[in-house]
Design a protein around this ligand. Structure first.
Ligand code: ATP
Length: 604
C-alpha cells in the first residue's frame, strides 16, 4: 500500500530527542503531569517525604554536633566521647534516611514512568492512521524512550535533590539566624555583593565560550568543504587563496578564545576575592564576637559549617532548575501525545449493525481527500455497491485510489462527502470496533509480529481453541509447515516473521483472516513473486478464504480477476470501466492495457 511506503521514508530521519539536547520547557508547569501520576501512590510519596525531612534534619544537625563537641567536649566539661556518640547517631540516621529516600524516590520515578508509558500506549492504540502521518512512529518511539528516560531521571533523582536542597536552604538559613542573628544579617546583606558580579561575569564567559566554539566550528566546516573540493581548488589554482582564507578563520577562532580567556581570568579573580574575602570577613567578625564573649567558639564553628551547607544547597538548586525545565519539556511532549483526540471515534449512541450480518458494502457518491494532500481527491464522487457474497476485483494504475477504498471500509478515515455503508448502516454512525469485527483484512505485505505462530494466528480471534487454529491453518495450507516447526505453533517466527518464507508468511496471514471468519474480506493481493508451488498453495488458500464472503480484492493475479464476479477498473479516484475479464479485455480500454502489463496475459 502506498501508505506504507510513505511511512518508511519518514522513518529514515529519526527524531533526535535525547539526553542533554532535549529542548527545555518555558516553565515547570508541565511537570504537573508527573505530580498527578505520583498522586496515585500516596503511601510511597509520604514515605519519601518523611525520609527526605529526616535526612535534611540530620544533615543540619551535624553542625550542632560540632558545636557541642567544641563547646562542651573541649572545655573539659564531662566526657567528650558522649558528644562523638551523638555525632555518630546523627550520621547513622542520615545514612539510613538517605537509603530510604533513595529507595522510595527511585521506586516512584520508575513507577511513574512505567504508568506514563502504559497510558500513552493505551492512548496511541485509539489513534487513527491519519495521526501517524503527522506524528511519525519513530518520533513517538523516541518520546516513549528518550523523553520518559529524562522524566525518570528527574523524578527519581533531580526532584529529590531539589527538595532536599530546598529544605536545607530554608532550614539552614533559619538555623544560622538562630545561632548568630547579627552575623547572619550581615551575611544576607553581603550575598548580593558576592553573587551578582559572579553571575554577571559567568554569563559573559558563557557567551564568549559559545562564540569561541562557533569559530572553531567554522574552521572545521571550512576544512571539510575545501578538502572535499580539492580538485576544483587545484584545477583553478586557488590554493593560496584557500590557505589565506583558512588562516583568517583560525585567527578569528584564536581571537575569540583569547577574549574568553581574559574574561575568565577576571572571573577567577572576582570569584576568589569575593568568596574567600567574604569568608575571611565573616570569620573576622565572628572572632571579634567570640573574643568579646558574645558567642561561643562552637557556635561560630557550627555557623560556618551551616553557611557552607546553605551555600551548597543554593548552588545545586540553580543547577537542578535546568534539569527540571528539561524534564518539563519532556513531560510537555508526552502531554501533547495524551492530549491528541482521535478524529475517528464511536458516536455517543452508536447505531448497531444488523444481526445476522449480510456483508453488503456500499459507497455512495464518496469524495475523499487525504488531509496531507487536500488539493487532490483520492476518491471523487465514487459510487459502488458490493452485494453480499460477491467478489469484486479492483484494478487500476498506482495511485488510482484502490487502497483508499479499504481505508474507508475499515473506517480508518471518514469521507468528506457521500457515505460508506455496511449492511445499510452509515459507518460514521457506527462504532469502529463493530465495523472492524465484521471485516477480515489481508494486506499486501503480511504484517506479522515478533512472537509465536500461535500469537500471530490468534490475532484473528484471540479466544479461539487449538482445534480452531489448526482448522484455519489447514484451510490456509499452513498446517504442514506449522507442524514441522520445532515447537509447532509455539515457535518464535522472528522479527516480522523473518524466520518464515514469503509464502509461509502469507499463509499465516490468511489463516489469521480465516480464523476471524468475518462476513467481509478486504484482500490486497501480494505482488511479490512466489515459486509455482508456493503460489498454488497461497492461491488455493485464498480461494477458500473468499468462499461465502463479500470480497473486495485489489487484484494483482490473473487467476483472481478471472474468478471475480465483477472487475472494477479505477483511475484517478473514479471508476472508468466495469465488467468481467473477457469483456474488458476485448474492450481494449485501460483494463486491457493494465492486464497486458500486470497480469502478463497473452490473451489480453
Ligand atoms: N496517507 C496519505 N496521505 C496523502 N495522500 C495519500 C495518502 N495515501 C494515499 N495518498 C494519495 O491518494 C491517492 C490514492 O492512493 P491509494 O493508496 O489509494 O492508491 P492505490 O491505487 O492503492 O495505489 P497503489 O497501487 O500504488 O497502492 C494517491 O494519489 C496517493 O498519493
Amino acid at each position: 500500500m502506498s501508505g506504507n511506503r510513505r511511512r518508511k521514508s519518514r522513518q529514515d530521519t529519526p527524531a533526535e530527542t535525547s539526553g542533554n539536547d532535549a529542548p527545555k520547557a518555558k516553565s515547570l508547569g508541565p511537570l504537573r503531569l508527573l505530580a498527578d501520576a505520583a498522586r496515585k501512590y500516596p503511601g510511597v510519596v509520604g514515605a519519601a517525604l518523611v525520609a527526605l525531612i529526616i535526612t535534611s534534619a540530620a544533615t543540619l544537625a551535624i553542625p550542632s554536633g560540632f558545636r557541642l563537641i567544641i563547646d562542651r567536649g573541649f572545655s573539659g566539661e564531662g566526657d567528650i566521647s558522649r558528644w562523638f556518640q551523638y555525632l555518630l547517631l546523627i550520621v547513622v540516621i542520615m545514612a539510613v534516611g538517605t537509603a530510604f529516600r533513595f529507595y522510595f524516590v527511585s521506586w516512584l520515578g520508575e513507577r511513574v514512568v512505567a504508568d506514563l508509558r502504559v497510558r500513552v500506549n493505551r492512548h496511541l492504540m485509539a489513534m487513527p492512521p491519519a495521526f501517524y502521518e503527522v506524528n511519525s512512529p519513530s518520533e513517538i518511539a523516541s518520546r516513549m524512550t528518550a523523553d520518559t528516560a529524562i522524566i525518570e531521571q528527574v523524578v527519581s533523582s533531580t526532584v529529590s535533590v531539589a527538595l532536599r536542597n530546598l529544605l536545607m536552604a530554608i532550614g539552614g538559613t533559619a538555623y544560622m539566624f538562630y545561632l548568630a542573628p547579627t552575623l547572619s544579617a550581615w551575611l544576607v546583606l553581603a550575598i548580593p555583593c558576592v553573587v551578582l558580579p559572579i553571575i554577571w561575569f559567568g554569563r559573559k564567559v558563557r557567551n564568549l565560550s559559545r562564540a569561541s566554539q562557533d569559530r572553531i566550528a567554522d574552521v572545521g566546516a571550512m576544512t571539510s568543504e575545501v578538502l572535499s573540493s580539492m580538485q576544483i581548488v587545484q584545477a583553478f589554482n586557488q590554493e593560496d587563496r584557500e590557505r589565506d582564507r583558512f588562516r583568517g578563520a583560525v585567527d578569528r577562532s584564536f581571537e575569540a578564545a583569547s577574549k574568553r580567556i581574559k574574561v575568565r581570568s577576571v572571573l577567577t579573580f572576582v570569584v576568589m576575592t569575593m568568596i574567600f574575602g567574604a569568608i575571611t570577613l565573616l570569620l573576622w567578625k565572628g572572632a571579634i564576637e567570640v573574643t568579646a564573649g558574645n558567642i561561643s567558639g562552637g557556635t561560630i564553628a557550627a555557623f560556618v559549617i551551616t553557611v557552607g551547607l546553605v551555600a551548597g544547597a543554593f548552588g545545586s538548586l540553580t543547577e537542578v532548575y535546568g534539569s527540571l525545565l528539561r524534564a518539563a519539556g519532556a513531560a510537555q511532549r508526552m502531554g501533547e501525545l495524551l492530549d491528541a483526540r482521535p478524529t475517528i471515534a464511536a458516536p455517543e449512541r452508536p447505531q448497531a449493525l444488523p444481526v445476522p450480518p449480510r456483508g453488503q458494502i456500499s459507497f455512495q457518491n464518496v469524495t475523499f481527500r487525504y488531509p496531507a494532500r487536500p488539493e487532490r481527491a483520492a476518491l471523487e464522487d465514487f459510487t459502488l455497491i458490493i452485494e453480499p457474497g460477491e467478489t469484486v476485483a479492483v484494478v487500476g494504475p498506482s495511485g488510482a485510489g484502490k487502497s483508499t477504498l479499504f481505508q474507508l471500509v475499515e473506517r480508518f478515515r471518514d469521507p468528506q462527502a457521500g457515505n460508506v455503508r455496511i449492511d445499510g448502516v452509515d459507518l460514521t454512525r457506527a462504532d469502529p470496533a463493530d465495523i472492524r469485527d465484521r471485516i477480515a483484512l489481508v494486506p499486501q505485505e503480511s504484517v506479522l509480529f515478533a512472537a509465536t505462530a500461535r500469537y500471530n494466528i490468534l490475532y484473528g480471534k484471540p479466544e479461539a481453541s487449538d482445534e480452531e487454529i489448526w482448522e484455519a491453518a489447514r484451510a490456509a495450507n499452513a498446517e504442514t509447515f506449522l507442524r514441522d516447526l520445532p515447537e509447532g505453533l509455539d515457535t518464535f517466527i522472528g522479527e516480522a516473521g523473518a524466520r518464515l518464507s514469503g509464502g509461509q508468511r502469507q499463509r499465516i496471514a490468511i489463516a489469521r483472516a480465516l480464523l476471524r471468519d468475518a462476513p467481509i474480506l478486504l484482500l490486497d493481493e501480494a505482488t511479490s513473486a512466489l515459486d509455482a508451488e508456493s503460489e498454488r498453495l497461497v492461491q488455493s488458500a485464498l480461494d477458500r478464504l473468499m468462499e461465502n464472503r463479500t470480497t473486495l480484492v485489489i487484484a494483482h493475479r490473473l487467476a483472481t480477476v478471472r474468478a471475480a464476479d465483477r472487475i472494477v477498473v479505477m483511475d484517478e479516484g473514479r471508476i472508468v470501466e466495469t465488467g468481467d475479464h473477457d469483456t474488458l479485455s476485448a474492450a481494449g480500454g485501460l483494463y486491457a492495457r493494465l492486464a497486458r502489463l500486470q497480469f502478463d496475459d497473452p490473451v489480453a
